[in-house]
Design a protein around this ligand. Structure first.
Ligand code: ZN
Length: 567
């Protein structure tokens, strides 16, 4: 994969004369992974890092193999990397657009301007290293070492206008230098003290390696989360700073699975999640090549929130599945996963319209064995006819369907694994409006608030045709106490805490009245639903249940992704 931010290293390597810290071979758990933490519209004017474990920071860059080459260092424990334009810190600047920091006010209580205008000081001898430049800078107040396109410079001050810098330049006999498209300054957080300025043009970006002691495994705070590894700050196309986190694949997988499953879950389930996450990484590799990183940290690729939740068990799961991935016919499998399916996963074709033989949908007998643990297992929602119309009708109309007042709502077809394939609404003119896939799912999830595509709809009340009424003797029902239901065949049943009623076609669930406002005879749709997520691929709760029953991680994966190989 082509890295926009990296190249031109031979010259640098000779110039710096250092040996890089090495990463190991591609595709193993020790291979380096660059995870994009901030990019696109989320790219930053400035980013704060502070030491969690380890002290100080080393400055340098990454070569094409992502080895870190050190140029300089600081013993400061909180640094901010800002673009070389006028940048303000502080709570009021946090959400400004344009020149201000977007969200980097974490520990900053006053507003501080880091100006992009500096005075470049003449030197008798051209310095050739960070240390030499730093020594020269130390004979001035507010001077700092800068590395600009391969040349070390002593620069001074952070002025927000050329004029201010000009006054000082004349006093000291220096030249004014200003903003640049690709430069970044490292400052001591919350101050205007520049520790290092780096400008490698379009091709070389600043990397920051936390900690000065190689024997300490570092943890670094960034945006209120904690991370292993290094950071890269890349101004792609001269824009705001793209922040990436560099760490070995195994550590990245450890972080991902600790977020996706509770680290207390059965080890075989954690191992299945590790293989799944590794395959997912492999499959998404290169999606963000334009930004110079491998995979992003959001659910666009795979959620990654640093190392906050890792523990010995997540680490064990990574080690016991070292470098293993799921494959189908020699290609990385698309190992989608979700929380629970309620009894059957779904063919990807019925969900997203694509076809993969191993994403075919299976009847899932495992979740039920631990249903008491699963959130959103067998839950119920009710909608009055008026609510259903208010919620759903405008959406149907917005899709170009001239649906009048809805008088009926039914599930009309199930998939072979028991999920909803199509639904239909009937309007007051007797016209049917059937929907499948995208629109059906959109109605279920976005408008009715269901968590999955596994549900049933029952209708009760005046419009149900079965003659169900319930009453407490008055006009409203505020509780189920002393409430009776009369069914279509005139039988009467007292309602208890569980609001079931007898209808013309048997006993049906009836919703508890909300706010005492339920009207006698009003049509009500009751939706029983189970599962949480898209239902394509592996159920995490199913993996939990299978692990508890003694299945191994590869058996779990092969159950949910039939036909895959693991190696
Ligand atoms: Zn992504």
């Amino acid at each position: 994969m082509k890295q926009r931010c990296l190249t031109i290293f031979c010259a640098l390597t000779l110039f710096l004369g250092m040996v890089p810290a090495a990463y190991a071979e591609v595709n193993s758990d020790s291979a380096p992974v660059l995870v994009g933490l901030a990019y696109g519209n989320g790219a930053l004017d400035g980013a704060n890092l502070s030491n969690g474990v380890g002290t100080g920071f080393r400055f340098g860059y990454l070569d094409e193999e992502r080895n870190f080459w050190q140029m300089g260092y600081t013993s400061e424990t909180a640094i901010s990397v800002v673009k070389t334009q006028n940048v303000w810190y502080g709570p009021n600047a946090a959400y400004d657009s344009g020149l201000n920091l977007k969200s980097y006010s974490d520990d900053i209580t006053s507003e501080i301007a880091v100006g992009c205008w500096h005075v470049q000081l003449p030197t008798e001898v051209e310095p050739v290293s960070f240390e030499e430049t730093l020594t020269l800078a130390q004979s001035y107040e507010n001077a700092f070492p800068a590395w600009v396109d391969g040349v070390w410079q002593v620069r001074l001050g952070t002025y927000t206008s050329r004029e201010e810098a000009q006054v000082v330049a004349e006093q000291l006999g220096g030249a004014v230098v200003g903003t640049s498209s690709y430069g970044v300054s490292v400052v001591k957080t919350g101050t205007t003290t520049v520790l290092f300025q780096f400008d490698g043009g379009e091709n070389v970006s600043l990397a920051v390696n936390p900690g000065l002691d190689d024997s300490v495994k570092t943890e670094t705070n960034y945006r209120k989360r904690r991370y292993y590894g290094l950071f890269q700050f890349c101004r792609v196309k001269g824009e705001n700073i793209v922040v990436s986190n560099l760490l070995p694949l195994g550590e990245y997988i450890n972080c991902v699975i600790s977020q996706e499953m509770s680290p207390s879950w059965p080890i075989e389930a954690l191992k299945a999640q590790a293989v799944s996450a590794r395959s997912y990484y492999e499959d998404n590799l290169g999606r963000h090549a334009d930004y110079g990183f491998d995979i992003c940290s959001t659910t666009d690729c795979q959620a990654y929130y640093g190392m906050t939740n890792v523990n010995d068990r997540t680490l064990q799961a990574v080690k016991e599945t070292e470098s293993l991935r799921a494959w189908y016919e020699g290609k990385p499998a698309k190992t989608y996963y979700y929380s629970s399916n309620g009894g059957g996963s779904e063919d990807v074709k019925n969900v997203w319209g694509t076809t993969y033989p191993y994403l075919c949908g299976v009847i899932d007998p495992y979740e039920e064995t631990i249903s008491e643990k699963i959130s959103y297992w067998d839950y119920t929602q009710t909608f009055t006819a008026a609510e259903l119309n208010r919620i759903v009708q405008p959406y149907i109309q917005s899709q170009g369907y001239n649906c009048a007042e809805i008088v009926d709502f039914q599930v009309t077809e199930l998939t072979p694994t028991g999920n909803v394939k199509s639904i239909s609404f009937t309007d007051i003119n007797g016209k049917s409006w059937p929907f499948t896939q995208k629109i059906a799912t959109k109605i279920a999830k976005s408008y009715l608030g269901l968590k999955s595509i596994r549900y049933t709809v029952t209708k009760a009340g005046e419009g149900a045709g079965s003659g169900v009424y319930y009453t407490d003797g008055g006009n409203t029902v505020s509780s189920m106490n002393n409430t009776y239901a009369i069914s279509g065949d005139d039988s009467v049943r007292k309602l208890s805490g569980n609001p079931y009623v007898i209808t013309g076609s048997g006993i049906q669930f009836l919703p508890a009245p909300s706010g005492g406002a339920a009207q006698s005879g009003e049509t009500v749709y009751t939706i029983h639903s189970s599962g949480w997520g898209h239902s394509v691929g592996m159920s995490q709760w199913g993996a939990y249940a299978m692990a508890q029953q003694g299945f191994s991680f590869d058996e779990i994966l092969k159950f949910y992704y039939p036909g895959i190989e693991i190696y």
